[in-house]
Design a protein around this ligand. Structure first.
Ligand code: ADP
Ligand code: MG
Length: 339
């Protein structure tokens, strides 16, 4: 089940359409359904409407390229034929995905799709697979079983392997939207791709952009547990509450799969938010850190030179935030700072 963050996004991003100088600003908002989720693009400035429309075209273009659900997408074609020579977006995505796969010791893995299918997340006919089925499927998953040549872009999938860029696509899209916005005469923009936020440029009143972090414990899916100021940044969250089903055994099963076990990832975390200039990396890392759990997520952050910020929410309700956020962060919940 997907909880829609549109209302939350609109409340948080709404600012009067008047600039600091009291001048009237042009503001335009576009609501879009793509990548299996609700999205919203809001632009300010002279070419706000044109920029919103171009953003929508870019979102639809990437959805048509990357969707596992659309039979004629490039990814679906690769999944049928098992090989391709990658270029453009797909080449970039493949290389970024393999890099994150490597540095997360396989916690982020774009070959996880046969497992996503097995659990019914692709068809929405959810089911709890048997142990044997999972064991058999694990034999075909794993980025170590594909071959990819960076030079030529030649990709050959292992036997029965299938790709799924679902864990990186929205962050990548938000990165591409920055390029789109830069070719229009706009002052600023804020985008929510299913709750993953990207800000661009300046807010008309001159104040920083503020983004809400969804409360993973709220049943309505629309309350905020924290807010951060985030100018020209991607704020990307992965959580067990985003898509899940309840099995006949009464247990809940969510959509982030631990590639090492084939089961929905189980750790001390209920949600991971990554704040970074690089939306694609933030997206892949939020999925990976959710799988890895708190300790390994913190170690990875330290090992990668603290070049992004994180909000990790543990099952006990505590927020663990990295040091760089301490002056731009508000919450009424219990929190600790990680250095
Ligand atoms: P969301 O798409 O809900 O914002 P994520 O960015 O965490 O959340 O991506 C989850 C999606 O990524 C799943 O729906 C599935 O398609 C895919 N996925 C699941 N587990 C993994 C994994 N371990 N590595 C890479 N992709 C994954
Ligand atoms: Mg992700």
């Amino acid at each position: 089940m997907k909880r829609f963050l549109t209302v939350l996004f609109i409340i948080l991003s709404f600012v009067p359409a008047v600039s600091a100088q009291g001048k009237s600003e042009t503001v335009h908002t576009q609501e879009i359904f793509a990548m299996d989720t609700y999205m919203s693009v809001k632009c300010y400035g002279k070419e706000a409407e044109e920029a919103c429309m171009a953003a929508e075209r870019e979102i639809q273009r990437l959805d048509s390229l990357l969707s596992t659900g659309k039979e004629d997408s490039e990814v679906s074609k690769i999944n049928r034929t098992g090989s391709a020579v990658l270029s453009g977006d797909l080449k970039t995505l493949m290389e970024m995905s393999l890099e994150v796969w490597e540095k997360t010791s396989g916690a982020f893995d774009v070959t996880v799709y046969p497992l996503v299918e097995l659990w019914g997340f692709s068809s929405k006919e959810f089911r709890v697979p048997g142990k044997e089925e999972i064991k058999e499927t694990l034999k075909i998953t794993g980025s170590d079983k594909l071959s990819y040549d960076r030079e030529s872009g030649k990709l050959v999938l292992g036997d029965s392997q299938k790709l799924d860029f679902g864990g990186i696509a929205k962050g990548y899209t938000s990165m591409k939207l920055k390029e789109v916005f830069s070719s229009f005469d706009i002052d600023g923009a804020i985008v929510s791709l299913g709750g993953n936020v990207q800000t661009y440029g300046a807010k008309p009143d001159g104040s920083p952009w503020r983004c809400g972090i969804q409360d993973p414990f709220s049943s309505s899916g629309q309350s905020v547990i924290a807010a951060i100021e985030a100018d020209n940044l991607a704020v990307i969250t992965s959580g067990s509450y985003e898509r899940f089903f309840t099995g006949e055994d009464g247990k809940t099963y969510h959509h982030i799969i631990d590639p090492s076990t084939g089961y929905p990832a189980e750790s001390d975390l209920v949600s991971v938010t990554i704040i970074s200039k690089n939306g694609a990396e933030a997206d892949a890392l939020s999925t990976a850190c959710f799988v890895m759990g708190m300790e390994k997520a913190v170690k990875l952050w330290q090992d990668s030179g603290r070049k992004y910020e994180m909000i990790l929410i543990t099952k006990d309700g505590t927020l663990h935030i990295t040091g760089g956020l301490k002056d731009s962060f508000q919450t009424n919940s219990k929190f600790e700072i990680i250095y």
